[in-house]
Design a protein around this ligand. Structure first.
Ligand code: SF4
Length: 363
């Protein structure tokens, strides 16, 4: 249990004996203003000192490495928890918006063949507070550096969000109702956890759903996304259809373009046959290199040709700008800096390493 795991009622309990309005000041200071306890000058100094010494109010993450790329427009943080679990968070600045990409698990059990996180294996689920804290810390940084307010949050970092459904949605509700990010500005990405998609259809919080498809026939998808063996395309597409019917919201399909593997005209035809009935938007992402998957991403010309082919077939499609490739912060590269088996580093003593080696990112 860490600072952002505590509910409002639990925080109020810690303030027993204080005037009732103190709980509101503490909550708003943490969530609305993104302040640390030491900075909450609305609270008396003695109370701040007491709260700062309370272990239950400690942050979850210590910074290990901060990296930058794309001429400063992309920032990646490698964080470590008290149990040694490591995750990465990425912040991207575009002309019209700033987007944070957060992790939902340390590592990932899904084993997608092209993905650096998948190559690491599964560490553990992140708690609600560990997810919220990534957003708050990125917001603090963005404000301090003059990047302004974070307008979008994507659950596309390390892990499969729908495999950690309850913690992820608790965190998203917190980000929505207390931090103030709009539900329509939040995107949850999945490789096809069908029960999670069904659950999302009845979620009151109307966040966006992105399905990482990457292949439009079971033979290829079994290989690229092993979860397909459990939820083959017929089952996945039925879940997507139900979702669209219930929510009346459009979904998007992510497609990592892999040279000679899924970028041929026949792939475009198969993909169009899945996307068109759902009116799904397709995002094409040139594959980024990872140590465990040696096939190259499609060339820029092939991606453009593939896009045009899809357009001709009546599909809404965009080529996504890949960020942070040079510092392993691009799509599918997160955790590439952690060697397999290195998801946890053992217990940290007090004072985590703080190494700002500006060197790091996705879209
Ligand atoms: S692509 Fe996503 S679901 Fe697949 S292994 Fe990587 S992090 Fe996990």
């Amino acid at each position: 249990m860490t600072l952002y795991d505590l509910s409002r009622a639990e925080l109020s309990e810690l303030l027993a004996g204080e005037p009732a309005y103190r709980a509101g000041q503490l909550w708003e200071g943490l969530y609305r203003d993104h302040r640390e306890i030491d900075e909450l000058t609305t609270l008396p100094k003695s109370l701040r000192a007491r709260l700062s010494g309370d272990e239950r109010l400690s942050p979850a993450w210590s910074l290990v490495i901060e990296s930058a790329s794309d001429r400063g427009a992309t920032r990646k943080w490698l964080f470590e928890a008290g149990d040694g679990s490591r995750i990465e968070t990425v912040l991207m600045r575009y002309r019209e918006r700033t987007t944070v990409c957060v992790s939902s698990q340390a590592g990932c059990a899904m084993g997608c063949s092209f993905c650096a996180t998948g190559q690491l294996g599964f560490g553990r689920h992140l708690s609600c507070g560990e997810i919220v804290e990534q957003f708050i810390r990125a917001s603090r940084w963005a404000t301090a550096e003059g990047w302004g307010r974070i307008g979008n949050m994507v659950l596309m970092g390390m892990g499969e969000p729908l495999a950690n459904y309850d913690n992820v949605f608790r965190a998203l509700r917190r980000c929505n109702d207390s931090v103030g990010i709009g539900a329509r500005s939040i995107t949850v990405s999945t490789v096809g956890v069908v029960p999670g998609i069904a659950k999302m259809a009845s979620e009151p919080l109307q966040v966006n759903l992105a399905v990482s498809l990457h292949a439009a026939n079971d033979g290829l998808r079994d290989h690229l996304v092993p979860l397909n063996r459990r939820y083959p395309l017929k089952v996945l597409m039925a879940a997507c259809e139900d979702y669209v019917e219930v929510t009346r919201r459009r979904i998007s399909f992510a497609w990592a373009c892999i040279g000679g593997v899924n970028d041929r005209p026949s792939d475009a035809h198969e993909l169009a046959a899945l996307a068109r009935p759902l009116r799904a938007h397709v995002n094409l992402i040139p594959l980024n290199p990872t140590p465990g998957y040696q096939v190259a991403g499609s060339t820029a010309e092939t991606v453009a040709y593939f896009r045009d082919e899809l357009r001709d077939l009546g599909v809404n499609v965009t080529i996504r700008n890949t960020r942070g490739r040079d510092v392993d912060a691009a799509c599918g590269q997160l955790a590439a800096g952690i060697s397999p088996g290195g998801l946890t580093r053992g217990k940290r003593s007090s004072g985590a390493p703080r190494e700002v080696a500006v060197r790091a990112r996705l879209a």
